[in-house]
Design a protein around this ligand. Sequence first.
Ligand SMILES: [Zn+2]
Length: 236
Amino acid sequence: MIILKVVLIVVILFIFHSIVPMYYNKKLNKNIMKNTSKDGQIMLTFDDGPDKRYIYKLSDLLDRYQIKATFFMVAENAEKNPEIVKYLQDKGHKIGMHSWQHKNAILYSYFYTKKDFANSVRIMKSLGVKELFYRPPWGHTNIFSMHFAKKYKMKLIYWDVMAEDWSAKSTPETICEKLMKRTGKRSIICLHDAGENSGGAKDAPLNTIAGLEKALPKLLEKGYKFILPEYNQNEK
Ligand SMILES: [Zn+2]
């Protein structure tokens, strides 16, 4: 009986610590951006990088179409590649945060969450990132996440379009097809420019880039304009 009670308490705690905040922030929280605010304006975003094996190829492709994108970087990866952060900033792209070590917030305590936010902010600021855009890995948050997001004046940006580009089953064709089918008038597209360390297939970003090579001219032809997020959290 005691074991049953303990299990029940753990389940209830997990629901309130993790499941409720995660669901609320993904579906209901109006302060988290999941679409742009104007028809015809869409956003291209990349998670999990930077990875020097892919970023320059991707950056060249974006240059070809004069598209600016937002890169949600894992702070630990950014710290190892400061030259990439600078390179992308100099090109006019935006740098966002995608946690410190790409851990799943629903499985972590107050203390790790605090460290996760503090270290991410410290690293990104040391790399010259002044606007704090944030996208938690998998869009997962726990009951403490929003407290820290508010404390550091972060602007949270989720997405409404994914193309499963991390999967070993994806090809440039399937990625392009999904992007064309799923992108709408105010979409925020989430792709991945790295990922072996965060669950993606080996060299998946090469498929992502090849898929984009097919999709970008089609999206431009449809009249979509690629925009960057604005940081308006009172203080920078
Ligand atoms: Zn991620």
